[in-house]
Design a binder for this molecule. Structure first.
Ligand SMILES: [Fe+2]
Ligand SMILES: [Fe+2]
Length: 207
């Protein structure tokens, strides 16, 4: 489990490895309609839980993966419930799920027609990257959102997603070695920066 101190070290864009920081105007745009951004956030957590379940069922013989991702499923579902509770408190309604342009773009970078084992590397790096970008966005919200109460709310997610980012990368290194993991990770980072560059800044999306 990652400590607060470690999370603080990881929270900067440089430490996460991301090539392109989020446009600082994003927080001002996002906080204008909290119901929208919280709805999108809730589904991000739900999808994170589902993704971990899917990895466990697709790669059951990878014991470390099963052991380490099982508690993450609970944690991500707990996140979903936290977001839901925050929405209820504010009298908001959970809206419908939107098309996840960012994740779809990212997944398009995953190599296809490869051996099942190789596919695992692609999945781990893709999820690691989603965690890293989410962590960076939560950090921005925790620092700059106008409503004081929400700063702590987002800080909690920032710490947790930093831990998940470390975990996915660690699993990749365990199964594929440091060199191979770093090489492919760099390619993913470059591609992610290109996605970020071309994606329009939206008020109703976490990414
Ligand atoms: Fe989460
Ligand atoms: Fe996460």
């Amino acid at each position: 489990m990652i400590t607060e101190k470690k999370a603080a070290e990881l929270e900067s864009v440089q430490m996460l490895g991301l090539k392109l920081p989020t446009d600082p105007r994003w927080v001002r745009i996002a906080e204008k309609d909290l119901e929208e951004i919280l709805t999108d956030h809730a589904y991000c957590e739900q999808k994170a839980a589902m993704s971990c379940i899917s990895l466990i069922s697709r790669f059951p013989e990878y014991e470390k993966l099963v052991d380490e991702l099982s508690p993450i499923v609970t944690e991500e579902w707990g996140h979903f419930r936290l977001v839901l509770a925050e929405m209820k408190k504010r009298g908001y309604q959970l809206g419908r799920q939107r098309k996840d342009e960012y994740v779809n773009e990212l997944r398009s970078f995953m190599r296809t027609g490869i051996h099942r084992e190789e596919k695992l590397l692609e999945e781990l790096l893709c999820f690691g990257l989603i965690e890293a970008r989410s962590c960076e966005r939560f950090r921005l919200l925790s620092l700059h959102i106008a409503e004081e109460e929400l700063k702590g709310f987002y800080h909690r997610f920032m710490v947790s997603e930093a831990g998940h980012y470390v975990l996915f990368l660690d699993l990749a290194r365990t199964y594929f070695g440091k060199e191979k993991t770093e090489k492919r990770w760099k390619e993913f980072l470059d591609f992610e920066a290109k996605i970020m560059e071309k994606m329009e800044l939206r008020a109703d999306r976490m990414h």
